[in-house]
Design a protein around this ligand. Structure first.
Ligand SMILES: *Cc1c(COP(=O)(O)O)cnc(C)c1O
Length: 427
């Protein structure tokens, strides 16, 4: 589908008068519309809840918008738990799905009453030792092993790998043993979680995963007697980063899951099981733009456009070769007759937002919108080369722009350094 920015050039130029480029801009109306479409697609399931994956966009105002739309949060670290707590999430609005989990994170998750999702069977004893008991409600993460490639993009594959090579979750045998042991140790209500593929461009991923997990749930219930209350399909629903890709259809996905539910769970007397999701990318990616300005052009063996953003603001192209569409603002109707590499300033040649991309002629000063940066965009930022993270702005539903996070300053970069007198002699 044709990629159209959610702001106009005039709007952006006005925003730039207050907030210099580069910055991440998010679209409140779009975020709400997606959240509503997701809730509608699964409204046939009474207990449905989307637990937004905080790691995708860890920004309080975004979490609060999603909360207003009925979403919970999926956390995987202490700071994500703390941020969710500060936003007012508590109890079973929080899913805690970590791996290689430090003890203090289980303590915090238990203190908040979050649903704990165990990544490994050895974590049963670790959790018991750490918090002194096994919570009433507990979830286990399943890894079926083998190969799984349903509708997964190349870079999605780099994120997750094949289940057999992925570090996450328990084997089938371990899962049965874990449920038995947890039950003996006092757990009353159980959940199953699994995440097999990332950035899937297919309406079949969730239904396929759901079918496998529903069958497993029936067996687990029959063999261990566990009271299974929810099944968590986790994340992995992708977005159409490329204009030639077809977007996933969330209502078709919800319908596909429903069919499996009615085929497998309902006849097994499990028609009251709640479905959970933990989408990050699908919820937010299309509703964020990285806005940057062309500051240089360079003509050597290739044609380069240098912009004021770099991989420190958006790492996905550098690490996965991920495609992000680019719109040159104000030149939407000009022919794409120039072949450019659009590059940032890092001393690493992978710092390219686009390679051999056909675009309209770009002049210094042009504003560029890099699309679909709302998830795993700002969040993956880093400080290599002394580059600083940008501001995050929200385009509110009323058309006003609000700063949610200021840009870092050099003082932030220096803040964690311990200066001794001899390192910083007085001049
Ligand atoms: C990363 C992650 C998600 C979100 O994945 P998306 O591909 O952004 O939907 C959900 N759950 C867990 C446990 C994750 O690690």
């Amino acid at each position: 589908m044709k990629k159209v920015p959610f702001v106009t050039k005039d709007q952006l130029e006005e925003i730039c008068q207050t907030y210099p480029t580069p910055f991440h801009l998010y679209d409140e109306a779009g975020i709400r519309a997606t959240a509503r479409a997701v809730n509608k697609a699964f409204s046939w399931n009474e207990g449905f809840k989307e637990y937004f994956a905080v790691k995708a966009t860890p920004t309080p105002q975004i979490l609060n918008i999603l909360r207003e739309e009925g979403c919970g949060v999926d956390c995987s670290s202490l700071t994500e738990l703390m941020m969710s707590e500060r936003c007012g999430f508590s109890g079973q609005e929080i899913m805690f799905s970590a791996n290689e989990t430090p003890a203090e994170e289980y303590v915090k998750a238990a203190e908040l009453g979050a649903i704990i999702n165990l990544d490994d069977i050895t974590h049963i004893d670790f959790l018991k030792e750490t918090i002194g008991c096994i919570p009433e409600t507990i979830s286990c993460r399943y890894n079926p092993g083998g190969v799984y490639q349903l509708g997964e993009s190349k870079e999605g594959f780099q994120v997750m790998d094949n289940p057999a090579d992925a570090k996450y979750g328990m084997t089938r045998e371990q899962l049965f043993e874990a449920f038995r042991r947890l039950k003996e140790m006092g757990a009353k209500y159980f959940g199953i979680h699994s995440f097999l593929a990332s950035n899937t461009i297919s309406n079949d991923y969730y239904p396929d995963l759901a079918g496998r997990l529903f069958e497993l749930a029936v067996e687990l219930k029959n063999e261990t007697g566990a009271d299974i209350r929810f099944i968590n399909l986790s994340g992995g629903v992708g977005v159409d980063y490329r204009p030639e890709q077809a977007a996933n259809n969330i209502s078709a996905i919800g319908g596909g899951v429903r069919q499996k539910y009615e085929e497998i769970l309902v006849p097994a007397g499990m028609g009251n099981v709640s479905l959970y999701t933990e989408m990050g990318r699908y919820m937010l990616a299309p509703h964020g733009h990285l806005v940057t300005r062309a500051i240089h052009e360079k003509h050597i063996y290739k044609e380069y456009i240098g912009v004021d953003a770099c991989a420190a603001n958006l790492m996905r192209p550098a690490i996965y070769g991920a495609y992000h569409h680019i719109t040159v603002m104000g030149k939407e109707h000009q022919p794409c007759d120039h072949k450019y590499d659009v590059v940032g300033s890092l001393c690493e040649n992978c710092d390219k937002f686009a390679v051999d991309r056909m675009l309209p002629k770009i002049d210094r000063g042009d504003l560029l919108v890099i699309h679909d940066t709302g998830a795993h965009g700002f969040a993956m930022g880093y400080n290599y080369n002394g580059r600083l993270r940008s501001a995050e702005l929200l385009l509110q539903e009323d058309g006003k722009v609000r700063m949610m996070r200021r840009a870092e300053t050099p003082e932030d970069y220096f803040a964690t350094l311990i200066w001794d007198e001899q390192d910083a002699p007085a001049h």
